[in-house]
Ligand binder design. Structure first.
Ligand code: AMP
Ligand code: MG
Length: 406
């Protein structure tokens, strides 16, 4: 049995980033940029007004004989249009935010610092002296042509999408999303729309994993349920090998019908089997037809926990992310953890910030079949190997499932 750290290291050593794909901008959320993004134009492309006001010559804003100067309004320029005439001495033009500064004008005064008889007035009084360049956003102030704006490896979030749109990138070079086959196993497992019959349970794992895979940024493909026969597994695996990653649940323990490892050995290789952890000891990892295969345990909580620990980092590495692992933080375990486990124990818990501390509450019965212990959990409290208990109010490290990877 190997440690969680060794298992993770051995898995990640086998995983490489997927190739580049050109993706429509609107579909890039969460992807990683595969190439630097360089500005092809200045942004903004032209000097424009930062305010609604009047474009004028700075020197025309000086008081005359102690009185505010009165200028002749010769026109108006709105955002999206260009002025048809120049601003000359003694004249001014109404200007809206974002409109190009008309030729001749060297400054803009905001409307609040002027006085006129309404929007149709053909004169305006300038109530303050404004220096050249006032309220003018110069061309290239944000980005300059030729400048590298985003570097490859950057994760694309909403703000990056905004900048990529500004750069005119209708399609974006990204690392392509992995396609992940999800396979349930077990003669007892039936689909969610089936009524329960004696001895049967519903397939919760495949649906849980499908959502978790999607949340990690990959595209899930649910392949249904393989029976506990070599033939059925072979058939399902022949379909699964067209994807970038195969995730199975069940069939990796020591029972007579736990045949996933057999198929792995027959058609590929097993890298390791069994991790010194709880829940989720019987994890198997290897390859089949050149495709990495992560064989997760059948117990739903084990499948959920081991996906978070191993499946999610695999997907992130394929996606080109530099940050693969959830952060850990010290927490006070208010209710303690009393069941002794010799293996490393990942206890589902709800962690909240209270009075200057992170306080963890475990989610009740921690049996690997107790799916309701996942509900409300946003962290795993990590109890080290060696049969350790945590007294109520004791401290432990917790892996934060709702914090971004570090
Ligand atoms: P196994 O590892 O195949 O022996 O499965 C361990 C336990 O997990 C058994 O109680 C199975 O019934 C259960 N199990 C296996 N696959 C699923 C599934 N897809 N959904 C829910 N429970 C499952
Ligand atoms: Mg089974």
């Amino acid at each position: 049995m190997i440690s969680v750290e060794e298992a993770l290291a051995r898995i990640l050593a086998e995983i490489t980033q997927l190739p580049l794909a050109q993706v429509p901008l609107a579909d890039t959320l969460g992807l990683v940029l595969a190439e630097d993004s360089v500005a092809q134009e200045d942004m903004p492309p032209f000097a424009n007004s930062a305010m609604d006001g009047f474009a004028l010559l700075s020197r025309d804003s000086q008081p005359r004989d102690g009185q505010p100067p009165r200028l002749q309004v010769i026109g108006s320029v709105a955002a999206g249009y260009v002025a048809e005439q120049d601003v000359r001495e003694g004249t001014t033009m109404r200007i809206m935010t974002g409109a190009p500064v008309p030729p001749g004008a060297d400054t803009v005064i905001q409307v609040e610092l002027t006085r006129s008889e309404g929007p149709a007035s053909d004169t305006v009084e300038i109530l303050e002296t404004v220096p050249p360049g006032n309220n003018i956003r110069p061309a290239g102030e944000d980005m300059q042509r030729g400048q590298t704006i985003l570097t490859r490896g950057t994760e694309i979030g909403p703000w990056e999408i905004g900048v990529l749109a500004t750069l005119g990138m209708a399609t974006v070079p990204t690392i392509r999303r992995p396609h992940v086959a999800i396979l349930g196993t077990g003669d007892e497992v039936i689909d969610v729309d089936q009524p329960l019959r004696p001895g049967k349970i519903r397939n919760s794992n495949s649906y849980l994993l499908e959502a978790a895979v999607q949340k990690a940024g990959a595209v899930p493909h649910r392949l249904g349920i393989a029976h506990d026969t070599v033939e059925s597994l072979r058939e399902k695996f022949s379909e699964a090998v067209q994807y970038d990653l195969i995730i199975t649940s069940g069939g990796v323990s020591v029972g007579d019908f736990d045949l996933v490892k057999n198929i792995m050995a027959e058609q590929g290789q097993i890298n390791f089997w069994r991790i010194n952890m709880r829940p989720g000891k019987p994890v198997a990892f290897g390859h089949i037809g050149g495709v990495p295969l992560l064989g997760l345990p059948g117990n739903p909580v084990s499948a959920a926990v081991t996906f978070e620990l191993f499946g999610r980092p695999v997907i992130r590495k394929m996606l080109g992310h530099a940050r693969l692992l959830r952060p850990q933080v010290e927490v006070i375990v208010e209710d303690g953890v009393s069941d002794r486990a010799m293996r490393r124990h990942y206890v589902r818990a709800r962690v909240a910030w209270r009075d200057g501390h992170f306080i963890a509450h475990t989610t009740g019965n921690q049996g690997s079949n107790i799916t309701t212990s996942l509900l409300g959990a946003n962290a795993f409290v990590i109890v080290p190997e060696g049969g350790i208990t945590i007294a109520p109010g004791g401290t432990a490290q917790a892996m934060m499932l709702d914090w971004p990877e570090v």
